[in-house]
Design a protein around this ligand. Structure first.
Ligand code: TYM
Length: 344
């Protein structure tokens, strides 16, 4: 069966939106609007899988929404909302909890990283997180999901869940007039020079919201001086820049900064290296500061302007929530019939 092409993706409102989220996800979200209908979600239900201060969570939800808008996502042409406004995500996730196997979830590396050594003390939600992520996507029967490299395994699990649901309920799917398959096998969209932006302090560690050092990341709310300072202090090595990508092997910090430059310039590593072959890091960093500030300063300014108008942001979320729910409710009705739940 051919599914209508639809993009879905989500970002957690856990504070400190950074350059990795921006280059790996949000700028891609913006670009995809030209080709697809898109649904972008602030996943607050995912956020509470680890403790969130109830006084901070609404602020963080509005901040991610403001970042979406400031980067150029059009909430009229597409749908922007926060997850908890559409209860169907949780409802479908329960069905998926009964489709997914323990063995599948036991393999999820993100759970292992986030739970750390004290696994007994992790929330059940943190463990079941990937089934909710599958529900986010499949509640809309989305066909394409732009994400950074770190979400790849969760998208493979989403495909496994879709496939098992389609197989387990094949007869019922047909009997209820939904064709041969009900859920699409969603395609991950992971490409470009910044699918895995690394820490500015250690090129072998992912740039992350939870790194205790603020110098490890560039936050979307950083001002020009802070951006400049963080880039100037970023770890490098003593060699000049090479002329070919092969010369970046075993130089994780150089490779990371080059990738960031290429992504910000909307070009490729090869093109960036042509420009900087043989240059010292001091020269390259000056160019990187100029480019990063030129790209990020207007985003920070617009986010600030929007944060002064939470009423507008809340309207966007309410409007998006209602439109998202209309779609998810149809999917859920069909799922109830397929599974065999008696409904009104
Ligand atoms: P989250 O909130 O951790 O990150 C949001 C997006 O940013 C990408 N990303 C990065 N990309 C490149 N380099 C980095 N250092 C980097 N850090 C983060 C992530 O890959 C992601 O695309 N589980 C998801 C949220 C989610 C979701 C979904 C995504 C929930 N439901 C459905 C897609 C579809 C997460 O925790 O992303």
């Amino acid at each position: 069966m051919a599914f209508k092409e639809l993009v879905f993706s989500g970002v957690q409102p856990t504070g400190n939106l950074h350059l990795g989220n921006y280059l790996g996800a949000i700028t891609r979200f913006v670009a995809l609007q030209a080709r697809y209908d898109c649904i972008y979600c602030v996943v607050d239900m995912h956020a509470i899988t680890v403790w969130q201060d109830p006084a901070e969570l609404p602020k963080n939800t509005r901040e991610v929404t403001a970042a979406f808008l400031a980067c150029g996502i059009d909430p009229k042409r597409n749908i922007v909302f926060n997850q908890s406004q559409v209860a169907e995500h949780a409802e479908l996730a329960w069905v998926f909890n009964c489709v997914a196997r323990m063995g599948w979830l036991n393999r999820m590396t993100q759970f292992k990283e986030k739970a750390g050594k004290d696994r007994e003390n992790a929330s059940v939600g943190l463990y079941a997180y990937p089934t909710l992520m599958a529900a986010d996507i499949l509640a809309y029967r989305a066909t394409h999901v732009p994400v950074g490299e770190d979400q790849k395994q969760h998208l493979e699990l989403t495909r496994d869940i879709a496939q098992k649901f389609n197989n387990d309920f094949a007869v019922s799917i047909r009997d209820h007039g939904h064709g041969d398959v009900f859920f699409p096998l969603t395609e991950p969209l992971i490409s470009g020079p910044a699918t895995r932006v690394m820490s500015l302090r250690d090129g072998t560690k992912k740039m992350s919201k939870s790194d205790p050092s603020d110098y490890s990341r560039i936050n979307l709310t950083d001002d020009a001086d802070t951006i400049a300072q963080k880039i100037r202090k970023a770890k490098t090595d003593p060699e000049p820049l090479p002329s070919e990508p092969a010369g970046l092997k075993k130089r994780p910090e150089a490779e990371n900064l080059l990738g960031i430059y290429a992504a910000l310039a909307d070009s490729t590593e090869e093109q960036a290296l042509k420009q900087f072959a043989g240059a010292q890091f001091s020269t390259f960093k000056t160019a990187l500061v100029d480019l990063a500030v030129a790209k990020l300063e207007p985003v920070a300014a617009e986010m600030k302007r929007l944060s002064a108008d939470p009423g507008h942001v809340d309207e966007v979320l309410a409007d998006g929530g209602a439109r998202a729910q209309a779609i998810a409710a149809e999917t859920m009705k069909a799922v109830k019939d397929i599974v065999g739940f008696v409904r009104r």
